[in-house]
Design a protein around this ligand. Structure first.
Ligand code: HEM
Length: 563
């Protein structure tokens, strides 16, 4: 802005800047004093900002001080307030929002989204079959009735087939994965990939998990020898990264032996408390058109290039050497070259592309590495605080493995450990990955036996965390109690109140693999070590509001001793 007000008029300056940049890119950058400002150059983007994506740009940055200077209060936030009437006008229960974050005031600073969703659900439950929340100024429907949960996830699946995830396959091939894909492309890939996750295939791939058991135990032993305090999550991250790199990329990463530290650095970048990539992932989902136009990326170029190089190189090597390892990467190669997985029936032989394969290998990493290690860590934290449950579980593990070759924890032995299953189920009730399941209505949806309609295009949340703590279904819901998952107790509860892996055709495709990874890790640790509370970790667990993922405030500190 040099010279404005002395040598030139701002009018001329802006025209000159525009002319200079008009053919260079869709946006340009200016500095207003030391403030970075975007100039919108592209006409399509002008339309998005002024009209189509108005919700995200409805404020002008202006000084307002309604108390001290009432005249500055003019039209400020009037539009937002009008938007906040959406549910009131429709007679749908809601929690009073506030400007500008709607119902998410304080999320990320004072509160964790997990607690906020649980709180909203508790305030609204029992009032109607649906309720409303405001995500920023955007109205979102909450499904409050178990029968309606079933309709949205299963019966009327065709109306709610999509999540509204961000996909930009052209500029960022890794975004073309199953979690975010929509409509026909999603159907095509889900049909192609489902045979890779049958129980037969899980049994064949089990060695990719059990192979890593010894390294996991050695790593804990080494940390114990060093006499350092144990952050169980940090150790377990290495285990899950090694498992997933092996099964999805065909890479022996050996982070548990100190090799390939770059994989752990990337893990921290994606999932750590400063996990900007992860936050950006949600931002892009919320602002898809704007993000595409300005070519915003979900993952930094370095992260994308790293994964694309590693996976492509391993695909190439496998193809050259005809290596027939039984893992996910090999099944992707078969789908790319033949259109079907060996030994599996397929109704159509259309092949997947190399980019499809890269994105699916990547989502295996993205969806599983942190979710599995978080589940293992929360289970161990609860077991440390419930010694009687820990002892009972250890007795089961020792009994079932006794007399087995090398005391091996085989695939079949793991299936026989029913109490282990109960402990894992209870862990996933209390510590679900994400508080909600996301869906989007692709047509107006008249709710059966209700006056309400969910309009086409509306975002819908199934309040997984609310249901998991609803005292109408779970007695004493804040207590860790694996007895809730005996067959008799399960039979007493309605279906669809327990959804740690979602439900319906868009449920978690990796559920079986995830459960094997988690159960194997717990059986391995508890057979060798005893875990007890460490004063550095507060209990009952409070979540770190700054981490969008679930992490106890202060970290996962436990005392561990050899048995
Ligand atoms: C403890 C570990 C895990 C948990 C708690 C978990 C949980 C979930 C949940 C809640 C969903 C959404 C389901 C819905 O909307 O109905 C989901 C989707 C998904 N998960 Fe997992 N997951 C885990 C591990 C894995 C693993 C190991 C994979 C590996 C392939 C995986 C791949 C996916 C994919 C691809 C989707 C999207 C499926 C689709 O839209 O078709 N997850 N997961």
């Amino acid at each position: 802005m040099q010279g404005v007000g002395t040598k030139c008029h701002s009018y001329d300056l802006f025209r000159d800047i525009y002319n200079e940049f008009k053919e260079k890119d869709v946006i340009a950058g200016l500095y207003n004093f030391d403030q970075l400002v975007y100039m919108i150059i592209d006409l399509e983007l002008v339309k998005n900002i002024l009209v189509r994506d108005f919700n995200y740009f409805f404020n002008r940055k202006m000084y307002v001080n309604e108390e001290g200077e009432p005249l500055t209060g003019h039209l400020f936030s009037l539009r937002a307030r009008r938007k906040f009437n959406f549910f009131k006008e429709r007679g749908i229960p809601y929690v009073e929002p506030s400007f500008p974050l709607g119902n998410f005031q304080g999320v990320g600073s004072k509160y964790h989204s997990f607690d906020v969703f649980r709180d909203i659900y508790d305030k609204l439950k029992g009032k109607d079959v649906i309720a409303g929340v405001y995500s920023f100024t955007q109205p979102v429907y909450l499904i409050m009735d178990v029968e309606l949960v079933k309709n949205v996830l299963i019966r009327d699946f065709n109306t709610f087939i999509n999540r509204g995830g961000f996909v930009n396959e052209k500029d960022e091939p890794l975004t073309g994965h199953l979690f975010s894909l929509k409509d026909d492309k999603w159907r095509f890939l889900r049909n192609k990939l489902s045979p890779a996750f049958t129980s037969g295939k899980m049994k064949a791939m089990y060695y990719t998990i059990s192979d890593k058991g010894k390294d996991y135990v050695d790593l804990v032993d080494n940390v114990l020898k060093e006499g350092k305090a144990i952050n169980i999550k940090e150790i377990t991250n290495c285990y899950t990264v090694d498992v997933v790199a092996s099964v999805a990329f065909g890479m022996e990463s050996n982070t548990m032996k100190g090799e390939h530290p770059e994989l752990l650095n990337i893990f921290k970048e994606l999932f750590g408390p400063d996990g900007t990539s992860f936050l950006k992932f949600f931002f892009l989902n919320a602002f898809p058109n704007f993000s595409k136009t300005i070519k915003l990326r979900v993952f930094s170029k370095d992260i994308s290039d790293f994964f694309i190089n590693v996976i492509s190189r391993n695909i190439e090597n496998r193809e050259k050497t005809n290596d027939n390892r039984q893992d996910f990467l090999n099944m992707l190669i078969q789908l790319k070259n033949k259109g079907s997985i060996d030994g599996e029936f397929s109704t159509e032989n259309r092949k997947i592309t190399l980019n499809d394969a890269l994105a699916q290998a990547f989502v295996f990493y993205f969806a599983s590495a942190d979710a599995s290690s978080t589940t293992i860590s929360f289970a161990l934290a609860e077991l440390a605080h419930h010694s009687e449950i820990q002892e009972r579980l250890r007795t089961e593990i020792l009994e079932k493995t006794k007399g087995k070759e090398n005391d091996e924890i085989s695939y079949e032995t793991l299936q026989e450990m029913t109490y282990l299953g109960q402990v894992v189920n209870e862990t996933l009730r209390m510590y679900t990955m994400g508080s909600i399941l996301l869906r989007q209505a692709n047509e107006d949806y008249k709710i059966p036996n209700s006056k309400h309609v969910i309009p086409k295009g509306a975002d819908v949340f199934v309040p997984m965390i609310g249901l998991h703590f609803d005292d109408r279904y779970w007695k004493n819901p804040y207590k860790f109690d694996p007895e809730r998952f005996t067959p008799e107790e399960i039979a007493k509860r309605p279906n669809h109140v327990y959804l740690p892996f979602g439900d319906g055709m868009r449920n978690c495709i990796g559920m079986r693999y995830a459960l094997l990874t988690v159960k194997f890790a717990l059986a391995t640790i508890l057979r060798n070590f005893k875990v007890t509370p460490n004063p550095k970790m507060k209990y009952p667990i409070k979540f770190n509001p700054k981490n969008p993922l679930m992490e106890p405030d202060g970290g996962f500190w436990l005392n561990i001793e050899r048995i």
